[in-house]
Design a protein around this ligand. Structure first.
Ligand code: NDP
Length: 489
């Protein structure tokens, strides 16, 4: 006991008694001057920050990225500079719809966010375990998420809202097919692939731009539960993913992912039959093969979950020299909304927190606000820019080359010319018979109670992917595939 430090207030004053509050007599009442009691209760009142609107339930760990293959001809990003190079990182996995206390073993997309602490700043890949997403235009995002969350009156999740929205938004078919496939209910996040999902840009030393997609393929193998198995798991534990990830790392069984990129020369974007910036589409491997880049390993659990994982703030706006954005509309909106969410839920200077802090010096002129605990620029007179006091300066050598592809600003119909059916159909056809049966069983289970006109509208979409898909779901739901195309298309 004598080695224990003396307990203090947050202002550092010793605490003499942490068992008894300060009162006028043995039976009370309490005194307002008991600042230690007040400080303790006030802190407890502030122990929560707003949970994320999406991806509230998460699990995370620290690790390393190691380069195994030279891709420096595509990018000057220093993280990829040489084979063998290692970069520290933090990963946060999550479910999307469930609140912070939700059970882990639920059918849902898994968030897969990686923050690489590179020597030229933090690069965040804020992805999912799926290569595509439900929508391609961010104007639809809040509506989509409302269908995944609780109904305003019943305060319950609403299958009707989900299938109504999906059936009126056929661009969702690809992601819906993945969600209800075996991979929609993984045993844990060690057993999922990660995908950056969006198309990003690489820029090399010669100023050439290549579009790229990034994939993290699990070395643990894919493992999933059926709905029935998951129900049994949730009955036993709501924390199955946290237990699996935490104890694997604690026991030295470090999970690993092989990291690949697909590369597309800049002007190919004008030739592909699909829009390569459409988040509901993949780039077929046969056209753009996976190029190995490295290995990601998770090898350290956080010491404090709240400080290091709940406050870990990932944003697609965090890019570094040699990596850039693409015109993908969903990416463009996320560049704004993720950093904005963190400023709201954590505080203005959230990137000064240890888990978010880059491992390189930070020099900017953003001045005051919550969490302003970092020092001034070396010369305190340099608190604006431009200045004559050797303050931090811009560096034009990092300017990106101009885009070779262009477009006018307008509200283009995001559905025009887009084929929402071929790629989910290709996925359906690469499944085994058993996988297809489970896919259609899972969809039918999720459609229970949904009005018949919505079911009929949705099975038309499935049928357009593959007639067996439409008929299989229709038969399970006791409807026939309507002959006419749906009005929403
Ligand atoms: P390939 O046959 O070359 O690759 C098929 C891909 O599908 C593999 O990456 C595989 O992942 C993945 N996969 C298998 N089962 C599922 C599932 N239930 N949910 C999600 N992904 C799954 O095919 P193509 O590149 O020609 O694409 C065909 C279809 O495969 C696409 O329409 C798309 O639906 C799906 N797909 C394609 C990806 C791509 O980047 N091209 C990425 C992921 C899926 P793994 O290797 O880990 O088993």
């Amino acid at each position: 006991m004598t080695d224990s430090p003396i307990m203090t207030t947050t202002a550092g004053a010793p605490i003499a008694d942490n068992q008894n509050s300060w009162s006028a007599g043995p039976r009370g009442p309490l005194l307002l001057q008991d600042w230690q009691l007040i400080e303790k209760l006030a802190h407890q009142n502030r122990e929560r920050i707003p949970e994320r609107v999406v991806h509230a339930k998460g699990w995370g760990a620290f690790g390393t990225f190691t380069v195994t293959n030279d891709i420096s001809k595509y990018t000057r990003a220093k993280i990829f500079a040489e084979v063998g190079k290692q970069t520290d990182l933090v990963v946060r996995f999550s479910t999307v719809a469930g609140e912070q206390g939700a059970a882990d073993a639920e059918r849902d997309v898994r968030g897969f966010s990686v923050k690489f602490y590179t020597e030229e700043g933090n690069w965040d890949v804020v992805g999912n375990n799926t290569p595509v997403f439900f929508i391609r235009d961010p104007l639809k995002f809040p509506d989509f998420i409302h269908t995944q969350k609780r109904h305003p009156r019943t305060n319950l999740r609403s299958p009707t809202a989900m299938w109504d929205f999906w059936s009126l938004s056929p661009e969702s078919l690809h992601q819906v097919t993945i969600l209800f496939s075996d991979r929609g209910l993984p045993v844990g996040v060690r057993h999922v692939n990660g995908y950056g999902s969006h198309t990003f840009a690489f820029i090399n030393d010669a100023g050439e731009r290549f579009w790229f997609k990034i994939h993290f393929k699990t070395k643990q193998g894919h493992k999933h539960w059926t709905n029935a198995e998951a129900a049994e798991v949730v009955g036993r534990t709501r924390e199955s993913t946290q237990e699996d990830l935490f104890y694997a790392i604690e026991n030295g069984d470090f999970p690993k992912w092989d990291v690949f990129v697909q590369i597309m020369p800049e002007l190919d974007a004008e030739k592909t039959s699909y829009n390569p910036f459409d988040l509901t589409k993949v780039w077929p491997h046969a056209e753009y093969p996976l190029i190995p880049v490295g290995v990601m390993e998770l090898n350290r659990n956080p010491d404090n979950y709240f400080a290091e994982i709940e406050q870990a703030a990932f944003s697609p706006s965090n890019i570094v020299p040699g990596i850039g954005f693409s015109p993908d509309k969903m990416l463009q909106a996320r560049i704004f909304s993720y950093a904005d969410a963190h400023r709201y839920r954590i505080g203005t200077h959230y990137e000064a927190l240890p888990v978010n802090q880059p491992k390189v010096p930070v020099h900017h002129y953003h001045k005051d606000g919550s969490m302003r605990f970092f020092p001034n620029n070396p010369n305190p007179n340099a608190y604006y820019e431009p200045n004559s006091f050797s303050g931090p300066r811009q560096a034009p050598e990092y300017r990106e080359p101009p885009l070779k592809i262009s477009g006018d600003a307008d509200r283009y119909d995001h559905r025009a010319g887009n084929d929402d059916y071929s790629q989910p159909g290709a996925l359906f056809r690469l499944m085994t018979d058993e996988q297809r049966e489970r896919l259609m069983d899972n969809i039918a289970a999720a459609m229970q109670g949904v009005p018949v006109e919505i079911i009929e509208r949705q099975v038309v979409h499935f049928a357009k992917c593959d007639p067996r898909y439409g008929e299989g779901v229709a038969q399970r739901m006791g409807v026939t595939v309507p002959a006419m195309p749906v009005a929403a298309e």
